[in-house]
Ligand binder design. Structure first.
Ligand code: XMP
Length: 319
């Protein structure tokens, strides 16, 4: 793709002239955007870049390992991996309000990130994988008379506090362009093609209070669901698909015994930018098979439901 090749070269020059001999720190979220930004910046300035991956314990199954493998082994990009899951889950204990969850996670994220940045001697620049829709959305969500729908968590506030200048090489791109750029940079397809994942992670897919046990159940159910979608060749047709663990137990029957376990909600939508979305029309056979697999393979779940709400009026996430 020649446009992306040209964009890559141009951005590399821009990054070099912006950064000079300065030090850059980049927070990785596990998602596509921050990874693409990091790889591009690394190509421009090499080891002047350090990546910090704050693992808040709210990631999907094996996600942390995937990121660490990609950066340390595939690319050899300096990476600090901080396992802060105990701290995050500790502070989230008993928190049920979605906005309080987001704010708690956002605040802790900044604290942990700041500590790690200090440990490595600070930096002059903070790199972020901000996309064009992020720029628009933060304006429209906070600028108008209407109340904020969801306070998207990012590292806002950090640059001023730490006296850092932002480096945002993806600011003019849409998601599909970021994916093209990722491919151009040689990121593995399985990583580049991944569905978007929210900063607060599984915290907002676990309505009500969050516990390690619930998160483990959710991770297992989500992994089975995504495996089903991949096996049926549907992954790339869908903008986002994920499981939600409902804070509800219902009665079921297994063999000749009664069960009393959690309900899992499945969500899948098509969209071009996440601003509006349609629920994905799976066939019933697929849904039935997936429900059976989840109930058989995931201990603690005995009922599965499918969400047929589009956006609007629903949002993509449940919180
Ligand atoms: P909603 O649920 O608002 O989601 O329809 C639209 C898109 O944004 C993602 N999302 C978030 N991303 N922090 C993020 O970084 C957040 O707090 C957040 N909330 C929602 C969501 O996954 C979807 O892609």
């Amino acid at each position: 793709d020649w446009t992306m090749r040209a964009f890559r070269e141009e951005e590399i020059q821009k990054i070099r002239s912006q950064v000079g001999k300065g030090r850059v720190i980049c927070g990785l979220s596990g998602g596509v955007d921050s990874a693409v930004a990091a790889v591009l910046i690394h190509e421009a300035i090499g080891d002047q870049l350090t990546c910090v991956f704050v693992d808040h314990g709210l990631l999907r199954l094996d996600e942390a390992k995937t990121v660490v493998d990609l950066f340390r082994h595939h690319y050899n990009i300096p990476l600090v991996h901080v396992d802060a899951s105990k701290q995050f889950l500790g502070e989230l204990e008993g928190v049920t309000d979605p906005e309080v969850k987001r704010k708690t996670i956002g605040r802790l994220f900044i604290e942990v990130f700041e500590q790690e940045a200090k440990k490595i001697g600070g930096a002059d620049f903070l790199a972020q994988g901000t996309l064009y829709p992020d720029v628009i959305e933060s304006v429209s969500f906070t600028g108008g008379p209407s109340a904020t729908i969801k306070s998207h968590h990012n590292v806002g506030g950090l640059p001023e506090r730490m006296n850092m200048t932002l480096v945002e090489p993806l600011r003019e791109l849409f998601k599909d362009e970021v994916r093209k750029l990722g491919r151009e940079l040689g990121l593995p397809e399985i990583f580049v093609g991944r569905h978007p994942f929210p900063g607060p992670g599984l915290a907002i897919r676990c309505p009500g209070d969050i516990t390690k046990d619930k998160l483990d159940i959710l991770r297992q159910a989500d992994a089975v669901y995504i495996d089903q979608i991949r096996k049926h060749g549907l992954y790339d047709e869908i903008w986002q698909a994920f499981a939600v663990l409902l804070p509800v137990k219902t009665v079921g029957v297994m063999g000749d015994g009664r069960t009393y376990d959690y309900v899992v909600g499945l969500r899948a939508v098509t969209s071009t930018d996440g601003m509006t979305a349609d629920f994905y029309q799976f066939d019933m056979k697929f849904l039935g098979e997936t429900a059976t697999r989840i109930i058989n393979e995931v201990k603690g779940v005995n009922r599965v439901v499918y969400d047929v709400t589009s956006k609007p009026p629903g949002t993509i996430e449940w919180e």
